[in-house]
Design a protein around this ligand. Structure first.
Ligand SMILES: Cc1cc2nc3c(=O)[nH]c(=O)nc-3n(C[C@H](O)[C@H](O)[C@H](O)COP(=O)(O)O)c2cc1C
Ligand code: SF4
Ligand code: SF4
Length: 271
């Protein structure tokens, strides 16, 4: 049995989840959703997973794109993990419907609650609460990996009705404007022009001008640029200077650069 797990991740929670699943399955590999968007996302695995963060109560644009192009063998077992901070809303139903349009069946859709990467609403919460979420996530991933190994259908998890009604409308209203929402990013005096914010960006949306970051209006709102800045110099709106940064403790900045293809961009710029 072989498994391919596609992953998109800003602060590493989804990457950690994808790696944890891969470690429990035989012949499993983790592939970047961003890298897959450069070519044809065609896989020949028996099981195919998509692991991603919930953004604005729905799918991030990269995952919408992957779902509309993914090619898998007939009969492959398709599963998804929507990593979120407690409001999964209707995200996994959105994914199921997108796949159904292409006659692909989502066999299982799991919601995984992890610390929040959405810093405009505050930090990731106390360490104790973060640990409790990691522990619950480990248990859910254990159960999911067993189900994937048996190709056993599972549920498509959803949030409560009020979430699905109110927030699906909010998602639809926000989605067309995501690219330009980077107008609220700015850098403070701590920026030392190291370029990490540009390398972690999955959309090549942070461009350095004499070393100083500028956002280009094609943002995917993953918040990697802000959360991974080693000097905490990237801000968004007025409140972020007083909120703590977050990334998953077992994920390193190089892992996110690799997912985003930022290393290649940096070498091309030098050549
Ligand atoms: C722009 C943005 C929007 C978000 N929207 C939601 C949301 O609607 N519901 C939710 O539960 N969490 C939301 N989050 C939190 C992330 O889904 C959550 O922290 C996730 O674990 C991040 O995964 P990552 O580290 O792989 O990027 C949002 C985060 C960002 C950056
Ligand atoms: S990562 Fe931070 S310090 Fe480095 S260039 Fe970007 S804003 Fe400046
Ligand atoms: S600019 Fe920042 S928030 Fe937007 S896609 Fe790039 S890394 Fe993510």
């Amino acid at each position: 049995m072989t498994t391919t797990i596609y992953v998109f991740s800003g602060t590493g929670n989804s990457l950690w989840a994808a790696r944890s699943l891969a470690a429990k399955l035989p012949c499993a590999r983790v592939e970047s959703v961003v890298r897959a968007s450069c070519g044809s996302p065609r896989v020949d695995s028996d099981s195919v997973g998509i692991v991603f963060p919930v953004h604005m109560w729905g799918l991030p644009p990269r995952v919408v794109e992957l779902a509309s192009r993914l090619e898998v063998p007939a009969g492959a077992y398709l599963f998804a993990v929507a990593v979120n901070a407690g409001q999964v809303a209707r995200t996994l139903v959105q994914l199921r419907e997108l796949l159904e349009e292409r006659s692909l069946k989502l066999a299982a859709g799991e919601s995984l609650v992890m610390p929040s990467s959405y810093i405009p609403w505050g930090g990731p919460g106390p360490k104790r609460k973060q640990e409790a979420r990691f522990e619950q996530a480990r248990e859910k991933l254990d159960a999911l990996s067993a189900r994937v190994a048996r190709h056993e259908p599972g549920q498509i998890e959803v949030g409560p009705l009020w979430q699905r009604l109110a927030f699906t409308a909010a998602y639809k209203a926000t989605y067309p404007h995501l690219g330009r929402m980077d107008r609220r990013f700015w850098t403070d005096e701590r920026c030392n022009r190291c370029g990490a914010c540009a390398r972690v960006c999955p959309a090549a949306n942070v461009v350095l001008d004499s070393g100083k970051p500028h956002w280009q209006g094609r943002c995917e709102q993953c918040f990697a640029c802000l959360q991974w800045c080693p000097r905490q110099a990237v801000q968004y709106g007025k409140k972020t200077p007083r909120y703590p940064r977050y990334h998953h403790p077992e994920v390193r900045v190089g892992d996110i650069v690799d997912l985003a293809g930022g290393g290649e961009r940096a070498s091309e710029a030098k050549a």
